[in-house]
Design a protein around this ligand. Sequence first.
Ligand code: RTP
Ligand code: MG
Length: 356
Amino acid sequence: MAEIRAVIWDMDGVIADSGPYHLAAWQEILGRRGVKFTAGDFKHSFGLRNDNIIRNTLGKEITQAEVDAIAREKEETFRRLAGGRTKPLPGALELLKLLKKEGFRMAIASSTPAENIELVTGTLGIADCFQVIVNGHDVTEGKPDPQVFLLAAQRLGVKPANCLVIEDAVAGVTAAKRAGMACLAVTNTHPHQKLKEANLIVDTLEKVTIKDIEELIMERSLVLIKPDAMRRGLAGEITARLEKLGLKLVALKMLHPDKALAQRHYAVHKGKPFYDDLVDYISSAPIVAAVFEGEGAVAKIRQAMGATDPAQAKKGTIRGDFGLSIGENSVHGSDSAATAEAEIKLFFTEEEIFGY
Ligand code: RTP
Ligand code: MG
């Protein structure tokens, strides 16, 4: 049977266009205290919990009782302004219904209080899509801390690796990645370049398909079998070790990378003393490139590879058993799910990656 998978939704800015009412509520209650709160200030506060926003705006010395009173006043004002008027954002309701039909478990994990979540899900008629609702008061730390997503996953009974978070806020994307979850970001609030940590960034949820969601939840890693291993006939042995981890081989090819490809692949190391040698080495001979897919693929492969320097790598790891030197270390594996997405695109087209 397929693993249970879940989608955890942020609410404001992803499902509901509640931003204007939040801004108006902040302006009303801070205005009463003689503090100007601009649309720019509001943007910076997106995805943060009220206590953090209030302390950032009114100063750290403010007491907890005052923070609570101001937060209550703000949320009452929000509900008065937003009640019955909140509109869904493009594509959100359609995607929710599609995921519900496909049997995905779903949660809302929002920094906003429970009453607001009830109000908005009620207004939009979507309360029955969610098995779990986690709000800002259920956790001790707000986003970018991962608590809110980890708690949602736990209550859903789904492993973090099998959850996808849909977010619009920078703090929310960071929280999702820290929770070890895949993240789909939508540019409703922040531009593309601010959301780079996400696994997929879209301008609207309208074009997102079930296939996109399934691919995001399944983690992938790029593996390269380096020239030293190729020369010694170790391609099969290394591939076999990775298959035995329970990972699925979904793409495989042999190629002789040119220098430009090697430079792009190792771009994060540009400027380091070993960068030129590394680029020359990886483009010096034909290699095998592969994509493996499965739960925790990145971490499992990194563990099977062993330390970067074969002298430090444990026996039984690929580098420990076969690596010759820190340069000739037999294998490359992506170091995060986000890096993997980018690296895979350098070596494979969508058509070359198989679902089976
Ligand atoms: P890879 O990217 O190849 O999978 O290796 P890695 O993550 O374990 O290591 P990374 O830090 O990404 O470095 C990439 C490759 O650069 C060479 N290197 N040399 N101090 C050095 O001389 C040094 N440090 C790294 C290694 O060949 C490493 O695989
Ligand atoms: Mg690396």
